[in-house]
Design a protein around this ligand. Structure first.
Ligand code: ZN
Length: 270
């Protein structure tokens, strides 16, 4: 199994499209390695994440606006602990519904195209499209759609997280107990999520992620206690990539993939 850092050069510009505050931290160790290697990291959080905040976290006025502010603060604090420069974290004005779900609208597609055009990334990290979380699916579909429309070439690194249904993992980042301690601290900056996990799942947000990381290391027989994992989609000049397909066919392919009928081996991994 390849290490994700073998696939991306230290001078590559990395764009993280995080549907929620905290999706960046889900692969915090990978991000830290790239950051230390000198890669530029730009993080865009695509929804407010307000629906993930319990009312008791905003006791005076549990409005969506206050919950949005709270999650942005948690994200800023976490990124400060990480060491990310202030100007590298963005909250673009995307459209979401009352449940703070990302909408698959032309407006949001335009925003994503603008981000890609502005940042000119060499690699894009985002949650995997084959996922039970609707925001993860919409973000993936909008991103591939934007790349196709722009005819823009970038390495797509799809993050395996606790909500991924199935992925053709082809790159990992193994890590040890010391890294795990740092990652747990990073994740706990998202206190609203940490407390909600403690209330509803009986374990913290840090343990939820690390449990997945432990299982991934085990599943792929790695010589390390933990791993973050990715399905990396590289553009192959000899074969069209998912986002080279015409828009209508791309939608069909994405639909098929969502149902587990198509795996990315049909695309290319070189
Ligand atoms: Zn998420």
């Amino acid at each position: 199994m390849r290490c994700i850092t073998d696939l991306i050069d230290p001078d590559a510009k990395i764009l993280v499209l995080a549907p929620h505050p905290d999706d960046f931290e889900a692969v915090g160790i990978t991000m830290r390695r790239f950051f230390e290697a000198g890669n530029t990291l730009k993080v865009y959080v695509l929804t407010s994440g307000a629906s993930g905040v319990e009312d008791r976290f905003c006791p005076e006025n549990p409005s969506s606006e206050n919950k949005r502010r709270l999650r942005q603060k948690e994200q800023r604090d976490s990124c400060r602990f990480f060491g990310l420069p202030e100007g590298c974290l963005h909250f673009p004005p995307t459209q979401e519904n009352a449940d703070s779900n990302l909408l698959a609208t032309e407006g949001n597609l335009t925003i994503l195209k603008g981000i890609i055009r502005d940042e000119q990334p060499d690699a894009i990290f985002l949650p995997h499209g084959n996922d039970t979380n609707p925001d993860h699916r919409v973000a993936f579909n909008l991103t591939t759609e934007a790349l196709g429309d722009l005819q823009f070439s970038a390495i797509l690194c799809c993050i395996y997280d606790p909500k991924t249904i199935q992925a053709e993992v082809n790159a990992v980042m193994a890590f040890d107990e010391n890294d795990a301690k740092w990652k747990a601290e990073l994740l706990r900056f998202h206190d609203s999520q940490h407390q909600r996990n403690l209330n509803t799942r009986g374990h913290g947000f840090d343990e939820r992620l690390l449990k997945t990381n432990r299982k991934l290391a085990e599943d792929y027989g790695l010589d390390a206690p933990y791993a973050e994992a990715f399905e990396v989609i590289m553009r192959n000049p000899r074969r069209p990539c998912l986002y080279d397909e015409p828009r209508e066919r791309r939608r069909i392919l994405q639909g098929a993939k969502g149902k587990g009928l198509l795996n990315f081996r049909d695309q290319n991994h070189e």
